[in-house]
Design a protein around this ligand. Structure first.
Ligand code: SR1
Ligand code: MG
Length: 404
C-alpha cells in the first residue's frame, strides 16, 4: 500500500501491470492516457497495444476538480463508489462495469474498460438511438431500488447498509447545488447573462420554492433505497446493444424517485437542446418524439418490473398485503420522479455544473432558447409533481413547452 497521492501516468501503468487478471504477462509497453472529463476524479485508461487488453484506473482527488483545491472533498467516496458498483453488479448483472480491485489508501478503483461504449450524453447530442436503453435502465432502477429497500431486503440488514453508505460530503454537494443555490444568489451559480430574468424569477417564485423545499426535505430524510445518486446521462456508457451505469460515488440511502428523476430529467435536458443540434425543426421534432417514447418506456417498464419484484420477493407482510398501499407507493414514486427530474433540469441551467447538451450549442440564440425551454419544463415538473398520476402528464408538459 502506498500513502495517498495523485498518481502519475507512470505509476498508474505500474499498478495496472501488476494486475494479472487483466495483463497475465505483465507487458512492458503499456500505454496510458488520463481521460477524466468529469467534475471530480482522475481516470487513467491503460492499454496493451499488443494484446488489445485494457483497464480503467479511477482515482478520487481530495478536492472537487471542477472548482479546484479550495473545495476539499472526502476520499471515502472511492470506497462508496466501489462498494456501490459491487452491490449494483450483483443486483443488476451486466449493467455496471466489473470491479477488479479497490485500494482504500490510494482511493483507487480498478475496473473494466468500457471504451467500446460511448458516454450517453455525447451519443444523444450526436442523434444516436438506443433501442435497448429503456429496458436496461428500467431493470437497473427496479432491481437496485427494490432490493435495497425495506420492501425487498431484511429490514435490520438494511439499517446497517444505511450506515455503510452514509455519504455526507457528497450529499451536501447535492443539497447545495440542486436544492438551494439555484433558488438564491450564490457564488456557486453560473448562468448566461441573457437569462438573468429567469434566474431572478427562481428566487421569487414562492410556489416553486415550497415544492423544492419539500423535495429537499425528502432528500435529507428519506432512506428509502440505495441510490446511485448522480444518474445523469454522463454516468451511463452505451451502445445500441448495451448499457453500463458508472460513477456511483454519490450513492447513499435516499428517495428512490431521485434516481428515476435523474435519468428522465437528463433526457429532457437533451429534449430541450434539440434545435441546437438538429438541422431542421422536423428533425428536432422527430428526435424529441424518440426521447419522449424512451421516457414513457422507462417509467412503464420500471413500474411493471418493480411491481413484479414486489409480488415475487416482497419481505414486508403488510406492504405486500395491501393493494392500495402498493398503488399509493408507486404513485408517490412517480410524483417524486416528476419533482426530482424538474430539479435536475433547473440546476443544470443556472447552477454550478452544466450539461454539454446545452452549453455546447454555439448559436447564442438557440442556446438561450434551449435554456429557457429546460427551465420552463423543469419548473412545471416541480410544481405539478405532487398532483401527478401518469407519466403522460410529464410528456405532455414537455411537448406543450416545446410547441409553445
Ligand atoms: C462539485 S461536483 C458538481 C456535480 O458533478 C457531479 O456529477 C454531480 O452532479 C455534482 O452535482
Ligand atoms: Mg460523476
Amino acid at each position: 500500500m502506498s500513502a495517498y497521492h495523485p498518481l502519475t501516468e507512470r505509476e498508474a501503468i505500474e499498478i495496472a501491470r501488476s494486475l494479472r487478471s487483466v495483463f497475465p504477462d505483465a507487458p512492458d509497453n503499456l500505454s496510458c492516457r488520463e481521460i477524466g472529463d468529469g467534475n471530480l476524479n482522475l481516470v487513467f485508461h491503460i492499454t496493451d497495444p499488443a494484446s488489445g487488453r485494457s483497464v480503467i484506473l479511477k482515482q478520487a482527488l481530495p478536492y472537487a476538480k471542477v472548482v479546484g483545491e479550495s473545495w476539499p472533498l472526502t476520499l471515502d467516496r472511492a470506497r462508496i463508489e466501489s462498494e456501490a458498483l459491487i452491490q449494483e453488479g450483483k443486483l443488476a448483472p451486466g449493467l455496471v462495469p466489473q470491479v477488479y480491485a479497490y485500494d482504500a489508501e490510494l482511493a483507487l478503483t480498478i475496473m473494466e474498460d468500457l471504451s467500446d461504449h460511448v458516454i450517453m450524453r455525447r451519443g444523444l447530442m450526436e442523434g444516436g438511438r438506443y433501442p435497448k436503453f429503456a429496458d436496461d435502465i428500467s431493470t437497473f432502477l427496479a432491481r437496485t431500488l427494490f432490493f435495497t429497500s425495506d420492501l425487498g431486503m431484511n429490514q435490520q440488514e438494511k439499517k446497517l447498509r444505511v450506515r455503510d453508505f452514509i455519504n455526507p460530503e457528497l450529499c451536501k454537494i447535492t443539497e447545495d447545488l440542486i436544492f438551494d443555490d439555484p433558488y438564491t444568489v450564490s457564488a456557486n451559480n453560473n448562468y448566461d447573462a441573457a437569462i438573468e430574468d429567469e434566474a431572478q424569477a427562481l428566487r421569487t417564485d414562492e410556489q416553486l420554492q415550497f415544492e423544492v423545499a419539500l423535495l429537499r426535505e425528502k432528500f435529507l430524510t428519506q432512506a428509502q433505497a440505495l441510490l446511485h445518486g448522480d444518474l445523469h446521462t454522463g454516468s451511463i456508457f452505451i451502445t445500441p446493444e448495451s448499457t453500463k451505469v458508472i460513477d456511483p460515488e454519490f450513492a447513499y440511502y435516499g428517495p428512490a424517485g431521485f434516481d428515476i428523476g435523474a435519468v428522465i430529467g437528463n433526457l429532457l435536458l437533451n429534449f430541450a437542446s434539440r434545435r441546437g443540434w438538429d438541422k431542421t425543426e422536423a428533425e428536432a421534432d422527430d428526435y424529441r418524439q424518440y426521447l419522449v417514447t424512451t421516457i414513457r418506456d422507462i417509467w412503464t417498464q420500471f413500474e411493471a418490473k418493480f411491481r413484479a419484484l414486489w409480488d415475487e420477493h416482497g419481505v414486508d407482510r403488510l406492504a405486500s398485503a395491501s393493494a392500495v398501499y402498493k398503488d399509493d407507493y408507486m404513485n408517490r414514486l412517480l410524483q417524486d420522479t416528476f419533482g426530482y427530474a424538474g430539479a435536475k433540469m433547473v440546476r443544470r441551467i443556472v447552477g454550478l455544473a452544466h450539461v454539454a447538451d446545452i452549453d455546447r450549442i454555439e448559436d447564442a440564440a438557440r442556446r438561450e432558447a434551449a435554456q429557457r425551454l429546460a427551465l420552463t419544463i423543469g419548473k412545471s415538473l416541480i410544481k405539478t409533481g405532487r398532483q401527478a398520476t401518469s407519466i403522460e402528464q410529464l410528456i405532455d408538459i414537455a411537448l406543450t413547452a416545446a410547441a409553445g
